[in-house]
Design a protein around this ligand. Structure first.
Ligand code: PAF
Length: 294
């Protein structure tokens, strides 16, 4: 890797215009620097910082985008109340070697005449795709747009949004986009709760109950190792969440790549549940284990 840039040492350069962002990136690439990109919606927490640190360790320069993407929220979802605090985000980033913070306006990403969407099928179907119609179209569209504005060598995503990682990887493969998608482990609170910007919505009582999501996943992993069949594993996950008062949207064990039925490859346990007005998701990868029955 090349030496750390002066800009990264002095603090990130704040960029709003996609044209300027792209010129900066192309100039850095032409100078032989490897660029890592961490797309975010802000409300940065230790999970985002772990992505940034990984990008900084593997690349010469790091770009972080902060954009709360309206098209990935349904009409009844939390777009309006999604936490936005750019100042706090910039403070979080300090000292992590970020060279650029890219914060485009909604008008730049979605100009008045825009008429294009990226629709992914395959891994976008089912689970979040069913419960949040249009969500992954919004994600794929903005991520594709961001990849044009921020032409990095590698983009870093958290495994917490497992289905999102499969959707983005599918889009990148299908469209031949020249970027490597790197999926990084989920960061957790000491009691196991996966870090999420939405955890800030939880009341103290719901915060305590929320640990049942990761407990359900740990239970699934334990049962999986004993060779248990999938249906009882799914029932056990559901029971654990329900007994904590969580409204279960799904508790499933599926193929970790296609998110279809498990065959002989690696599997993933996926959970989603509602606590009050907050919806949380989590997942856990399960190792391949030969022929599987339900
Ligand atoms: O995971 C997120 O924060 C968002 O879905 C992403 C990838 C930044 C697109 O808006």
């Amino acid at each position: 890797m090349a030496a750390a840039s002066e800009a990264a040492v002095a603090g990130p350069q704040f960029v709003v215009g996609p044209g300027e962002m792209r010129r900066e990136l192309l100039a850095a690439r032409a100078a032989g620097r490897r660029i890592g990109f961490v797309p975010t919606m802000g409300a940065l927490h230790a999970g985002h910082v772990s992505l940034i640190d990984r990008a900084a360790a593997e690349c010469d320069d790091v770009a972080v985008s902060v954009f709360v993407n309206p098209t990935q929220f349904g009409p009844e979802e939390d777009f309006a109340r999604y936490p936005r605090n750019l100042e706090a985000d910039l403070a979080r980033l300090a000292g992590h070697g970020v060279r650029w913070v890219f914060a485009p306006s909604v008008e730049a990403v979605y100009p008045q005449a825009h008429a294009t969407r990226i629709v992914v099928a395959g891994p976008a179907l089912g689970f979040e795709g069913d419960l949040r119609p249009g969500h992954f179209t919004g994600v794929a569209t903005v991520v594709c747009w961001l990849f044009q504005a921020v032409p990095a060598h590698a983009a870093y995503f958290g495994a917490k949004d497992w289905q999102q990682t499969r959707v983005v990887s599918r889009m990148v493969a299908d469209l031949g986009l020249p970027v490597e998608v790197i999926v990084c482990p989920t960061e957790r609170e000491p009691d196991g709760l996966a870090l999420s910007s939405r955890n800030t919505y939880l009341s103290p009582a719901d915060r305590q109950r929320a640990v049942a999501l990761s407990q359900a996943l740990a239970e699934a992993a334990g049962l999986w190792l004993t060779g248990a069949e999938i249906t009882p594993i799914e029932s056990a996950m559901r029971a654990t969440m329900e007994s904590a008062g969580i409204g279960v949207d799904y508790a499933a064990v599926v193929d970790s790549e296609s998110l279809g039925p498990v065959t002989t490859g690696a599997a993933v346990a996926l959970v989603a549940g509602r606590l009050g007005t907050t919806r949380l998701i989590d997942n856990r990868l399960l190792p391949p284990r030969g022929a599987i029955s339900r």
